[in-house]
Design a protein around this ligand. Sequence first.
Ligand code: ATP
Ligand code: MG
Length: 203
Amino acid sequence: MGGTFDPIHYGHLVTAEAARQSFGMEQVVFVPAGHPPHKEGKPISTGQHRYLMTVLATVTNPHFEVSRTEVDRPGPSYAVETIREFHRRYGEDTQIYFITGADAILEICTWYDSRKLLGLCQFIAATRPGYSLENLDVLQHKLSPELVRSIHLLEVPALAISSSDIRERVRRHGPIKYLLPEAVEHYIAKSRLYLDAPANGEA
Ligand code: ATP
Ligand code: MG
């Protein structure tokens, strides 16, 4: 599961566990993006902060692990490179699923080398409040039927939680309890993240 995870929250965790159980996966590897091309220009927390928050959030699930690969790789984070690396690491025959939410899958055609990516792994498009998967039809006009078949829909218990909303709540000293694991909540307070947006950027 790729994402900015700035910060990771229960929407990510519920989606990952639902996908793991529905598709019979052995492991879910969370991959915090190093330099997300689509978030260029927006302030994001350092890769190290996002990596550590993801580790804290996943520590209680024996099937979850976190990869530093994109955080450590210089330059923009392209999913296609990460999937190639995972095939080398876990074996070419290992079935890899890329877990995304409804908003991310609708943008898949804008991703770097998206056709190649869709050929290398299966995609899971999880429902997410505020985004309709009905628009997935538009992808059929842009992709071959074979590639469209590598996208699987997954209904997950709806959680209208987003990292942007959590960051905004912290900035306004609002409550974030029960939106994300307590350890991450404490990490945010201890590291003084999101208090004023630009100052926490990676610049
Ligand atoms: P931001 O508001 O900063 O964009 P976000 O909450 O969307 O943050 P991301 O790190 O951008 O989190 O998301 C990583 C992946 O998790 C994406 O595929 C996204 O669609 C999915 N996702 C995020 N929140 C949810 C949620 N509440 N339910 C289902 N999927 C989600
Ligand atoms: Mg997002």
